[in-house]
Ligand binder design. Structure first.
Ligand code: FE
Length: 410
């Protein structure tokens, strides 16, 4: 890849950008996709980091400027280059799905630190105080699947298209009025190494494990189960007819907690704070915070956010996520959009929107209103070895899980 002299100035190697705009603007860089992953090039972009929505970009620390100030900037909607927390200064984290088009902070461009590998194609000015908006990196429809003893559901995360979104390993939506789709339930099965989160919207589900825990999930209730070192449980419908609807999310545990004691955080509907932060906005805070209100779930490892958001037709609402979290929204009623300005993109029911860029998520409901879950978590960035209901760090640990399960040690 050659620096285009027309854009950067061949003699100085500096981008031709008025210096007055440093600090108030971020630059959009274009890296030809043909240049990615070529041995010997300075850009190395493994394809598997964080599923499909993010890439890791190694950049010489000299690009960052002597101050080494944490580079962050408003998003152009095409991804934000930001320093990985606690990473060596030479490693930057790049989020974005528009291959080859990303945004970098002004510090990386200042004082001729731009290298020949990158071509500045355009830049854009942002007001200094503009919120740092998240945008949709990609949208995907779930896949019809069958699990347990034949329950029909839609798998949204944990598919060939979206294997995981660290720390989220799986998302299933179940929703049907047909008893034959759910009656078979999920008879006894094991879990090890992660957490299962069940959020019921309609219907009743009884759970029972081999440690003597038992309960019934009713509409609006949440069960955050830390499987840890392992348990065997069943999840069976507590109804013969009517509607069954909800979500099951799998959240990974860090290596240090994979063999922890199993535990439950289970909350009835009235224990989940429900807010009306603005006209036409109703939010249930299962985990994380909205303003001063915190949800009941505690999980320091991944610091999860799990919101059930309902917007009246045409209503717009902004919500902030913790910095550095991976996030997605999944619309399950109505339609609308996410993002700000030119980078706003539509979301429709039964589609997941993987979010990239900034921390502020701007939702806008369409004519029929919108209901979506917004889920975010701190990525663990650890190796994942998974097989069915076991999710560990290595293949050997998976084999051990099989042995332990077969020998009744769960
Ligand atoms: Fe289960």
């Amino acid at each position: 890849m050659k620096l285009r002299s027309s854009e950067l100035g061949a003699s100085s190697k500096k981008p031709r950008v008025p210096s007055s705009e440093f600090g108030a603007s971020i630059k959009k860089l274009r890296v030809p996709s043909s240049g990615l992953g070529v041995p010997g090039k300075k850009l190395r972009v493994p394809s598997c980091e964080l599923g499909v929505s993010s890439k890791k970009l190694h950049v010489p620390s000299s690009w960052l400027g002597a101050s080494s100030k944490k580079p962050r900037g408003p998003s152009s909607g095409l991804g934000v280059l930001s320093k990985k927390p606690r990473a060596p200064s030479s490693e930057l984290r790049l989020s974005g799905t528009a291959l080859g088009t990303w945004t970098v902070p002004p510090t990386a461009l200042a004082a001729g630190r731009l290298r020949h590998d990158i071509v500045v194609s355009s830049y854009r000015r942002f007001p200094m105080n503009s919120p740092d908006f998240a945008h949709i990196g990609r949208t995907l429809r779930g896949m019809p699947a069958s699990d347990g003893a034949g329950v029909r559901l839609t798998r949204v995360i944990g598919t060939p298209q979206l294997e995981m979104l660290d720390p989220f390993l799986m998302l299933d939506e179940f929703g049907t009025d047909q008893p034959e789709d759910y009656l078979a339930g999920f008879p006894d099965h094991p879990h090890r190494g992660f957490e299962t989160v069940t959020y019921m919207l309609d219907g009743r589900m009884r759970h029972k494990d081999n440690h003597g825990n038992e309960g019934v999930l009713v509409p609006g209730s949440v069960q955050w189960m830390t499987a840890g070192r392992g348990l065997v449980h069943s999840e069976m419908p507590e109804q013969q007819e009517g509607r069954m609807r909800g979500f099951q999310l799998w959240v990974n545990l860090p290596a240090a907690e994979k063999m922890s004691q199993p535990q439950y955080q289970e909350f009835a509907p009235d224990r989940i704070p429900q807010l009306q932060p603005a006209d036409g906005v109703r939010v249930k805070v299962i985990a994380g915070r909205v303003g001063d209100v915190a949800g009941p779930i505690r999980q320091p490892a991944t610091d999860p956010v799990y919101l059930d958001i309902e917007l009246a037709p045409g209503v717009e609402w902004d919500v902030d996520l913790p910095e550095g979290h991976n996030a997605f929204a999944y619309a399950f009623e109505g339609a609308g959009s996410i993002g700000e300005g030119d980078a706003t993109r539509a979301i429709v029911s039964q589609e997941i929107a993987v979010l990239v860029g900034g921390r502020t998520v701007r939702f806008r409901a369409g004519e029929g209103g919108l209901r979506a879950i917004l889920v975010a978590g701190r990525p663990l960035r650890e190796p994942v070895a998974r097989y069915g209901p076991f999710v560990m760090n290595t293949k050997e640990q998976i084999m051990q899980a099989f042995v332990d399960f077969q020998e009744g040690r769960f």
